[in-house]
Design a protein around this ligand. Sequence first.
Ligand SMILES: C[S@@+](CC[C@H](N)C(=O)[O-])C[C@H]1O[C@@H](n2cnc3c(N)ncnc32)[C@H](O)[C@@H]1O
Length: 251
Amino acid sequence: MNIKDFLQLLNDDIEDSFGGDEWKDSPFSDEFFQNIKESFFPIGLEIDFLKSHLKPGSILDLGCGNFRLIEHLNDDFDCLGLDFSFHPLKSKKVPCLCADYSQLPIKKRFDNILLSFGQICFLQKEHLKTLLVQLKKHLKKGGLIYIDLPSPSNFQDLDNFNSFESCDNTSQFWVRQYFPHNDTFSQKQVIVDHQGKLISKLSLSYQVYALSELILLFQELGYTVPYNAENYENSTIKETSPWMIFLISKT
Ligand SMILES: C[S@@+](CC[C@H](N)C(=O)[O-])C[C@H]1O[C@@H](n2cnc3c(N)ncnc32)[C@H](O)[C@@H]1O
């Protein structure tokens, strides 16, 4: 690839790349997400929190990825993972379905549903609303939905945080942008080999959600919010909190 094409690639509009094709057939989600959450919260803390706060019984993990959570919960709960990417499901660590959760192929009701690790950021606002309405049909009375996601200040801090890394055989470029007019954050990755041949590229957009709009949405849809905190020790969410954690309940 010549420099002109490379710059074009880096500069291409990345504002609107919701969709998820990147996840579907590639090892992308393992590579990209496996360790990031650990830098915020050790997995043990999250698992202890879930074991002590979820309702006993069943769990449906929507967008379970590589079973990061339910492989630790499967002994204590009746777990089902669901993801539309075949790649991370291949290990089959926990019973799972390969499907899109916007068209859930199941009728069963669960005690708990997980939308973990920024899962709702893959959904634009109107789609989140539709999903939360649908999920009421899949939750038992008093059932809980666990939602955790980066805060707006976390995404804002990453605005224009572009990076370049030279690895053994490749060079990787990241371009990141925050778009306040529609509360989205987008990032693009371009990987080239040392001869300049394009190895892979991807663009991802995230919907950014503010605390108040989520609480209002949950309440508007008839959920109560028994837990909202910046961590697993129940600390109040502040403007500077990097993360937001919720349990919402179907009354
Ligand atoms: C951040 S990763 C995994 C997050 C996982 N919940 C965790 O806590 O580690 C997001 C996952 O959601 C999946 N995903 C995104 N949109 C989806 C959809 N509409 N239906 C099913 N899976 C989806 C992707 O394939 C990907 O594996």
